[in-house]
Design a protein around this ligand. Structure first.
Ligand code: E4P
Length: 218
């Protein structure tokens, strides 16, 4: 399973890259706003440091505007065209934009997906990625992970090429379940990546080895 880092924070993305845990990055307007930096500056840094796909969100509400934004992203970085994925919301206008982007060879990531049937629409429109938000479903007492299983099955049934990004991940169990189900990608906040390291027996084992190492005669 590929790990994308769900962040616009360049420092934490650099750390994830240095650990080999950053196969790509997803951003959204909330994550970019949190950095306090202009979007264009964030994009410039992401193009330089991320070794794989970078998702950038279009914020227009109609298809023409979304396609213009998509063309703008790839036009600004023609050498990185293949790694730019334009995030487009799951709306009727959004699916018109996805279809047009697909026809123009612009990669898309359909965002704000909350049902398996929405994911079916995204695949039929020609989306490169689909991003079901499982944490936000869990937040309203609806099993988020169940829709991942359903989407995997639907895409397998019909051989869709659209890849599934498990999004809105909140904790390590979401990562484990995504991998067990066989999702293509999990986009993970860096704080959750760090939690994946945690085990008291690892800490205890290191302390014991260090203690015993100090007893070895020179
Ligand atoms: C994914 O592409 C989204 O940016 C993200 O996963 C949303 O997560 P949230 O529900 O924690 O805001």
């Amino acid at each position: 399973m590929k790990f994308f880092i769900d962040s616009a924070d360049i420092q934490e993305i650099k750390k994830a890259v240095s650990m080999g845990f950053c196969d790509g990055v997803t951003t959204n307007p909330s994550l970019v706003a949190r950095t306090g930096r202009p979007f264009k500056d964030v994009i410039r840094d992401l193009m330089e440091i991320v070794p794989g796909p970078v998702s950038l969100e279009a914020v227009s509400e109609n298809a023409d505007g979304m396609v213009e934004e998509a063309r703008g992203f790839v036009g600004d970085y023609p050498d990185h065209r293949d790694k730019i994925f334009v995030k487009i919301p799951m709306t009727p206008e959004g699916m018109v934009a996805v279809r047009r982007c697909a026809d123009e060879g612009i990669n898309t990531n359909v965002t704000l997906v909350f049902t398996a049937t929405q994911a079916l629409l995204a695949a039929k429109a020609g989306a490169s990625y689909v991003s079901p938000f499982i944490g936000r479903l869990d937040d309203i007492s609806t099993g988020g992970m169940q829709i991942i299983e359903d989407i995997v099955r639907i895409y397998d049934n019909y051989d869709y090429d659209t890849e599934i990004i498990v999004a809105s991940i909140r904790h390590p169990m979401h990562v484990l379940e995504s991998a067990l189900i066989g999702a293509d990608i999990a986009t993970i906040p860096f704080s959750v990546v760090l939690k994946l390291f945690n085990h008291p027996l690892t800490d205890k084992g290191i302390a014991k080895f260090l203690e015993d190492n100090s007893k070895i005669p020179e």
